[in-house]
Design a binder for this molecule. Structure first.
Ligand code: ADP
Ligand code: MG
Length: 322
């Protein structure tokens, strides 16, 4: 059967399990119609992934489907929002049933996990490009912003950092590692787990938050700039996976943790008197929160290693070249 634009939509994109009661009109009309609950605000984000730019051309279709939703869900997580609806714009070089089936399997699995309904989209021919918009809601005036960090806040991150960066290097260099580590790292790159429930919990305790998509140093710098503060990070406290540590020197591992993107962990600032809430969080969520630094008045990002303080570039030149 030859696939046309409409048979693609019908065969693949209408076959989802999630049916939300706040969707009045979903796929099939000119627009979707939805309802935001009373006393909540609508929160919306959009991301694009281009083949060869944002993922390698041989990436499994299921991983692409997972990741396009995961990156937007991660943005919602960073605001503390509850995800609800997605739209999907997909540009395909050719209609390949097997590819589309696997893409939808990856996409719908993660959307179902977070109770997100696909409510519309656009299907076109051209170089492989995928855009997804996901909306959700957050209680009035409660969202976690980049601009709310306060001097004296402690800086925390979820999970481990740098895994996706090393995975990308492995795929480029076709390096072989022990299979267990390699599997773990590639899973971290291709199937990032957005910290959605964690973000909702952090709404109660964090001042500021951002998700780590471009690398900790770059993303934390957005918080610092927007909040008009500075920070010191304690390099030896950066959370690193065993797979990253087993396969790099400490300096290379720190470099990945500070500068490589695609981790989709959360970086948050929390006032020091809420340490007991952090302990509770760590009992509830397996990714945990690790304290890595402190918000200070002096602008800029400083890195501290033992008793020495460096700027990121200085640390780069002096240590990472080893
Ligand atoms: P229009 O021309 O009015 O924009 P289309 O003919 O492009 O509508 O699409 C028909 C319906 O299918 C619309 O409801 C649209 O939102 C939905 N749709 C199209 N492509 C996708 C897709 N990739 N994923 C989900 N829904 C889609
Ligand atoms: Mg129309």
């Amino acid at each position: 059967m030859k696939l046309t634009e409409f048979s693609i939509i019908d065969t693949f994109f209408t076959k989802q399990k999630v049916k939300r009661s706040d969707v009045f009109v979903g796929i099939g009309d000119d627009c979707a119609i939805t309802k935001v609950p009373k006393n909540y605000r609508l929160v919306t984000t959009v991301d694009t992934m281009v083949a060869g730019m944002h993922f390698l051309n041989d990436t499994p279709a299921a991983a692409i489907g997972h990741k396009i939703a995961a990156v937007s869900l991660s943005d919602l997580a960073a605001m503390g929002a509850i995800p609800a609806w997605a739209t999907l714009a997909i540009t395909l070089p050719k209609a390949n049933s097997k590819w589309l089936k696997q893409f939808c399997q990856g996409l719908f699995t993660i959307l179902k996990k977070y109770n997100v309904q696909l409510i519309g989209g656009n299907t076109t021919a051209g170089p492989l490009t995928i855009t997804s918009q996901i909306s959700g809601f957050v209680p009035n005036k409660k969202a976690l912003l980049r601009s709310s960090a306060k001097i004296g806040d402690l800086i925390y991150v979820t999970g481990t950092l740098g895994d996706a960066g090393l995975a990308l290097q492995l795929l480029h260099k076709q390096k072989s590692l022990n299979t267990k580590d390699k599997k773990f790292l590639i899973q971290r790159l291709q199937y990032p787990e957005p910290r959605v429930k964690e973000g909702q919990q952090l709404l109660k305790i964090a001042h500021a938050a951002i998700d780590i998509s471009d690398g900790l140093a770059a993303d934390l710098s957005h918080i610092l700039y927007n909040s008009n503060v500075g920070a010191t990070l304690f390099i030896e406290d950066l959370p690193l996976s065993a797979a990253l540590k087993n396969n790099t020197s400490p300096f290379t591992a720190w470099k990945f943790a500070l500068t490589s993107g695609d981790d989709y962990e959360l970086c948050i600032t929390i006032p020091p008197h809420l340490k007991s809430a952090v302990t509770k969080f760590n009992n509830k969520f397996s990714c945990g929160l690790k304290q890595i630094g402190i918000i200070e008045k002096k602008p800029g990002l400083r890195l501290q290693l033992q008793d020495k303080t460096f700027s990121l570039t200085k640390l780069g030149y002096e240590h990472f070249s080893r």
